[in-house]
Design a protein around this ligand. Structure first.
Ligand SMILES: NC(=O)c1ccc[n+]([C@@H]2O[C@H](COP(=O)([O-])OP(=O)(O)OC[C@H]3O[C@@H](n4cnc5c(N)ncnc54)[C@H](O)[C@@H]3O)[C@@H](O)[C@H]2O)c1
Length: 453
């Protein structure tokens, strides 16, 4: 099939490369000219394991190409995906301006029936609003073409994005009666002719290379699909905040949060995943999606007290850890920071704890030596000046009064703790992800500060 994917960021680029790998002809579209130039030369613009190989393979096989020209692209494809960002906007609502820009460009330029698929995370009702805007523009253009709007939320995890896309646990597709007909709902009621497009069949064909391996495609209404995405992220965030809440209690009572999590997680109804105490969730999705869901709930008059608590507990988890660090640090300390990205195996720094901590430490007069395996280039552009970026973990720890682990990259887990002790000046090790055994840290002559331990 011929597909355009608009927005070649963490989601759009992976989706484009994977669909091309699965045999579709894919055009990745972005407004960022530099990004398109780099991608066209076979270089990935993000750090994501396995992605660059797929980009090169797709380009060589002529199934994948990149452009900034959406208008021309629309004449060549059957399906257009919107995978643009939906960052936090006014009053915590998702900022949908990029989604609507793409929607309106498609409506203003398409010359044949085309399926519009929303892959961005958007609040419930956005599909309907896209459909309304499309109908308005087509009416003004006096164009008798149909552009049905489908919701197809994305569940990939950065760092695992390629395998998550090729082997997803589920594919959720939201199609309404109006979508199936390819017209805006009120027009459908007036009996306007149906589209030549069969949205469900197109989506089934598109995903066949994946669904034939047994991965389920679930069809539902567009509104339900839009909610599934926010509900999933808010649920996972709640699990994280729940264990971080208990970590405060285990600290105060001499219990150990790891044992508590182990004892809980072995119950198959609960499970171990997302039950690790730490400095809370960050990244480009959980913080903004939790807040956007709350904003939608408020707008609809629903009481989402559980999610409110999830959000505030996340702030508290981070603050508690930062306060502890500040309490222990002597004046004008040198602090080694391990991990700047919001999680391992990505270079994404959006809402990363490092952004807050580094600023707080610098404002308090401390010096920073930092290392991250993938995101030093990004970090240099975003973090305040005066940070010493070091080529290895031990270099970042050299002469440090204290070391703070913020991101649980594998290479930090297996570090030789005795070597680390020799490299540092001080002895405090702040483990923001509970990856070290306190007894091993102690045996190496370091002082351990974990969470809930
Ligand atoms: N990053 C994730 O792990 C993840 C996972 C699931 C869902 N999502 C959702 O997917 C969406 C995209 O997220 P992302 O992380 O890929 O964002 P991103 O910021 O990495 O990428 C967005 C891309 O869209 C481009 N863009 C913006 N406006 C454009 C326009 N008018 N025309 C063409 N290109 C345009 C930008 O230049 C950028 O390259 C968001 O709604 C997000 O919530 C993200």
């Amino acid at each position: 099939m011929r597909i355009a994917i608009v927005g070649t960021g963490y989601v759009g680029l992976v989706t484009a490369a994977c669909f091309a790998e699965l045999g579709h002809t894919v055009i990745g579209v972005d407004i960022d000219r530099k990004k398109i130039q780099k991608l066209s030369s076979g270089k990935s613009t993000i750090f994501e394991p396995g992605l660059e190989e797929l980009i090169v393979h797709g380009l060589k096989g002529k199934r994948l190409s990149f452009t900034t020209d959406l208008q021309t692209t629309l004449h060549k494809v059957d399906i257009v995906f919107s995978a643009v960002a939906t960052p936090q906007g006014k009053d915590h609502h998702a900022d949908l301006s990029a989604v609507f820009t793409v929607t309106e460009t498609v409506a203003a330029s398409a010359d044949h029936d085309i399926l519009f698929v929303n892959k961005s995370t958007v609040p419930v009702g956005t599909g309907r609003e896209c459909e309304r805007r499309i109908a308005d523009i087509l009416r003004k253009r006096k164009k008798k073409i149909r552009i049905p709007v489908v919701s197809n939320p994305e569940f990939l995890r950065e760092g695992m994005a390629v395998s998550d896309t090729i082997m997803p646990e589920r594919i959720v597709i939201g199609i309404n009666e109006s979508t199936a007909a390819g017209v805006h709902e009120p027009l459908l009621r007036k009996g306007v002719a149906k589209s030549s497009i069969n949205a469900r069949a197109l989506m089934e064909n598109l995903y066949r290379p994946i669904s034939r391996t047994g991965k389920p495609i679930i069809f539902m209404s567009r509104e339900s699909a839009e909610i599934v995405k926010y509900a999933s992220n808010a649920f996972l965030a709640t699990k994280i905040s729940f264990i971080n809440m208990l970590a405060e209690l285990t600290e105060k009572t001499g219990a150990n949060i790891r044992d508590v999590a182990l004892g809980m997680g072995l119950d198959s109804r609960i499970g171990h995943r997302f039950l690790h105490a730490g400095i809370g969730y960050g990244g480009s999705c959980f913080p903004k999606d939790v807040k956007a869901l709350l904003a939608t709930a408020r707008q609809c008059g629903c009481d989402f007290g559980i999610i409110e608590a999830t959000d505030s507990m996340n702030t508290r988890a981070r603050e508690r850890f930062f306060e502890r660090i500040l309490t222990f640090l002597p004046k004008k300390s040198t602090v080694g920071v391990w991990g700047l990205a919001f999680k391992p195996k990505t270079d994404d720094m959006r809402e990363a704890p490092s952004l807050d901590l580094v600023s707080i430490l610098i404002a308090a007069g401390h010096r920073i030596r930092a290392h991250d395996p993938a995101t030093m280039e990004n970090a240099r552009k975003i973090l305040p000046r005066g940070i010493r970026f070091c080529p290895s973990p031990l270099e970042a720890a050299r002469g440090a009064d204290a070391l703070v682990l913020l991101t649980e990259w594998d290479e930090f887990r297996g570090v030789d703790l005795r070597e680390l002790k020799k490299t540092m000046k001080g002895t405090d090790l702040f483990d923001g992800r509970n990856v070290y055994e306190p007894s091993a840290v102690k045996a190496a002559g370091l002082r351990y500060h974990g969470i809930g331990i």
